[in-house]
Design a protein around this ligand. Structure first.
Ligand SMILES: NC(=O)c1ccc[n+]([C@@H]2O[C@H](COP(=O)([O-])OP(=O)(O)OC[C@H]3O[C@@H](n4cnc5c(N)ncnc54)[C@H](O)[C@@H]3O)[C@@H](O)[C@H]2O)c1
Length: 340
């Protein structure tokens, strides 16, 4: 086994804790060198959980540490692009959570800095590492369903995020649907040529008051000629609902939602199964582990990341196209979305 990859975690909130634990589980393959977060409570709690004692408030101090070979950026969305630029200039390999930025100009400057520095960048589209979505892609690529013709993605969160988060997140399309746009490109292996959005505020009027929507249906036409539909809701009382179906000329592939256990109870009232997993931390626990392992493998193996900066950019382009389609009530071609 090679030398452990020295890693610094930037941002010790929800997803920082998920990635920190996944990295700690990689054992000798990584050394968690440093954690940066302006919140003393957040960095202290994560440091304790993963056994990392170098805790700093400012990411610059983490980037100055020569034992940090790679960073895992888990801070708030508005910090991602400047942190990518600073990390690339410091010669660190980079994992960055989605979205790379809300503005395409910032993404382009960040990707240019990565290119100039020759470092590796992997973007946090964790669903590609989910066992079933990954197998679905592999089976489509192997020709199991012939030519893919129609994609359906159902993506419903169990409950909406706090309004303060909604206000800063970029809204449904850039925060939540961005994962589904990436899944659409991943499964269909084709770019989206055009999309048309119907969206509404059906869950919480406060989301509408914040200028966002909580429910959407998005029709897609791919460059390959295939069609698709993404359906989103910020509420599903039965748990986190994440399904995809691809219909092709020779068959159909679909996944099912995992449940909290696989038991079936049959009684006089019917046949009952356990509830779905609650949310992303449970549903994608294995995918997050695989995602971190792939990042470390790419660094040690010198191989290309499985989710690239261009994947991060394209999903954001589709988010902007969706916002425009919603605002204007017309179909939008993503090719028309240019940096602001
Ligand atoms: N891929 C996924 O499944 C997934 C899931 C959740 C969140 N996310 C993304 O991860 C990011 C963080 O989300 P979260 O839910 O963990 O948020 P959070 O608010 O729980 O945590 C963010 C943390 O970043 C810290 N922070 C802010 N500015 C910083 C800076 N300059 N340097 C270092 N730390 C800083 C904050 O103090 C906070 O502790 C968001 O961009 C979100 O879109 C991705």
């Amino acid at each position: 086994m090679g030398k452990p990859v020295g890693i610094g975690i930037i941002g010790a909130g929800n997803i920082g804790r998920v990635h920190g634990r996944a990295l700690a589980e990689l054992g000798d393959r990584v050394e968690l060198v440093c954690i940066a977060d302006p919140s003393e409570a957040a960095r202290g709690a994560l440091g304790e959980a993963v056994g990392c004692r170098r805790l700093v408030a400012d990411p610059e101090a983490l980037l100055a540490n020569s034992a940090v070979e790679a960073v895992v950026i888990c801070s708030s969305t508005d910090t991602h692009a400047p942190l990518i630029v600073a990390s690339a200039r410091a010669g660190k390999h980079i994992f960055c959570e989605k979205p790379l930025a809300l503005e395409l100009g910032k993404i382009d400057r960040a990707l240019a800095a990565v290119e100039d520095a020759g470092v590796l960048l992997q973007v946090g589209f964790n669903r590609r590492f989910d066992r079933d979505f990954s197998a679905m892609r592999a089976q489509i690529a192997a020709g199991q369903i012939g030519t893919p013709e129609v994609l359906r993605i159902t993506s419903r969160d169990p409950r909406p995020p706090p309004i303060a988060y909604v206000e800063r997140s970029g809204g449904l399309f850039l925060d939540m649907t961005i994962h589904d746009f990436d899944m659409a490109r991943f499964l269909m292996d084709s770019e989206v040529a055009e999309l048309h959005v119907y969206a509404a505020t059906l869950v919480d009027p406060a989301i509408g008051a914040a200028g966002d929507v909580d429910t959407a249906v998005i029709a897609l036409r791919f460059e390959s000629g295939a069609l698709g539909v993404i359906e989103n809701s910020r509420r599903a009382v039965y748990g986190y609902d994440q399904r995809a179906e691809v219909h092709g000329s020779e068959g159909m592939l679909a996944n099912q939602n995992p449940r909290r256990d696989d038991l079936v109870l049959a009684d006089g009232r019917g046949t009952h199964a356990a509830a779905l997993t609650d949310f992303y931390i449970d549903r994608y626990a294995d995918a997050y582990r695989a995602e971190m392992a792939a990042f470390v493998d790419a660094i040690r193996g010198g191989t290309a990341p499985r989710v690239t900066g261009l994947d991060g950019r394209m999903a954001t382009v589709l988010g902007h196209a969706a916002r425009r389609s919603w605002a204007e009530g017309t179909p939008v071609r993503p090719a028309e979305v240019t940096p602001e």
